[in-house]
Design a protein around this ligand. Structure first.
Ligand SMILES: NC(=O)c1ccc[n+]([C@@H]2O[C@H](COP(=O)([O-])OP(=O)(O)OC[C@H]3O[C@@H](n4cnc5c(N)ncnc54)[C@H](OP(=O)(O)O)[C@@H]3O)[C@@H](O)[C@H]2O)c1
Length: 337
């Protein structure tokens, strides 16, 4: 099994490397790619050094079985053919192909089988905020169909990449040293001591692209007609996104039923003892695999509604881990050469 990582120097690329090691992913050879900025840099994997190659239109992907790509949508669009032309399965973290009919959009806990039909050799990894929400909502969907979702997200700086995480740290440093923020590149405004109600670009309907992704991707992954209305917000945590989620089911659900369904759900950990200050928080979910859920209660404004709070490491389950789990599934069912 030969594995490629495109975007190895990035936040997701580095997590892919850590997880391939941690999970003992069955690979015999590894090849790393980047742009001119990181080409030539070396990373150690299982005691061996690997040098980042420049991603180019050539035959470098000959013999590659799985390519994990996390180098932005433009790079994925430009290089998809080069990456897949010799049969590599491209598991793509960007949003480039997610809504294409001939590209499956997969969260293994929910729709793993969709990954088996991939006419273009591409499987899309969904948006991070959506992945974490559907992992929690899918077990509830099995109790009663979810018709509507309202969600407000609290997304960490690292969701915008490694440089964005550095920028937040730099902003706090500048505030301490000079009293004012000088570095604002990755976010539209100062993030330190602030929250920014915009993630990704603004669309014509005044929803952001991130919010539109949540509407569309939830339906595609869950094979559902559910309608999701989101407000996605950048907060000044470094790692792990959180979400306040309200949902309306066809029949009213009790809190006990929801707790029971979530207790045994794959990829979910219940952390729900609010009277004793116990609920999920990003500082605790950072670096962990599961999505943590708590504050489960009835919606006071909707008889068929319930509400909960979740948090999860978006670089792990929201990106690298989910992609690797797709690869593991393909290997398990013998669907990869
Ligand atoms: N961060 C998250 O939480 C998260 C979650 C889900 C999905 N994603 C998606 O994953 C992708 C990567 O995100 P990230 O957070 O890891 O970003 P990042 O930290 O900014 O890293 C970007 C990576 O892409 C590489 N790259 C950029 N242009 C390239 C090109 N032309 N050719 C080859 N490599 C190129 C960079 O390599 P150089 O260093 O050489 O430039 C770097 O390794 C994005 O599509 C993002 O939307 C991110």
């Amino acid at each position: 099994m030969k594995v490629a990582i495109v975007g190895a120097s990035g936040a997701v690329g580095q997590e892919l490397l850590r997880l391939l090691d941690e999970r003992n992913f069955p690979l015999d050879d590894l090849v790393l790619f980047g742009s001119t900025r990181s080409a030539g840099r070396k990373y150690t994997f299982k005691g061996k050094e690997y040098e980042v190659k420049l991603l180019q239109h050539n035959d470098d992907f000959k013999g590659v079985d799985i390519a994990f790509t996390s180098a932005g949508g433009g790079t994925s669009a430009e290089f998809a053919e080069t990456i897949t032309k010799y049969g590599a399965v491209m598991i793509d973290n960007s949003s480039q192909f997610r809504q294409d009919d001939d590209v499956p959009l997969v969260v293994p806990e929910i729709n793993a089988e969709d990954a088996l039909v991939r006419p273009r050799g591409i499987i899309a990894n969904p948006n991070c905020t959506t992945i974490m929400m559907v992992v929690v909502l899918n077990p509830i969907e099995k109790l009663s169909h979810i018709k509507k979702i309202h969600i407000s997200s609290y997304q960490s700086a690292s969701g915008a990449g490694a440089a964005a995480m550095e920028e937040l740290i730099q902003q706090y440093k500048e505030l301490v040293e000079t009293g004012e923020v000088k570095t604002i590149n990755k976010f539209p405004h100062q993030l330190a001591y602030n929250v920014i109600p915009q993630i990704d670009k603004m669309m014509d309907n005044d929803y952001t692209k991130e919010e539109v992704k949540m509407f569309n991707e939830t339906r595609k992954i869950m094979h559902s007609d559910v309608r999701t209305s989101a407000t996605c917000v950048r907060v000044s945590s470094l790692r792990s996104h959180s979400e306040a989620v309200w949902f309306e089911t066809e029949r009213p659900l009790s809190v006990a039923e929801i707790r029971d369904a979530l207790k045994s759900a794959p990829g979910v950990t219940l952390v729900d003892d609010p009277q004793n200050y116990v609920y999920p928080m990003p500082l605790e979910s950072a670096g962990k695999d599961d999505v943590f859920v708590g504050r489960i209660r009835k919606d006071l404004a909707d008889d068929n509604g319930s509400t909960l709070w979740l948090t999860g490491d978006q670089i792990r389950k929201g990106a690298a881990l989910n992609a690797i789990q797709i690869g593991e599934y393909l290997i398990k069912v013998g669907n990869i050469k």
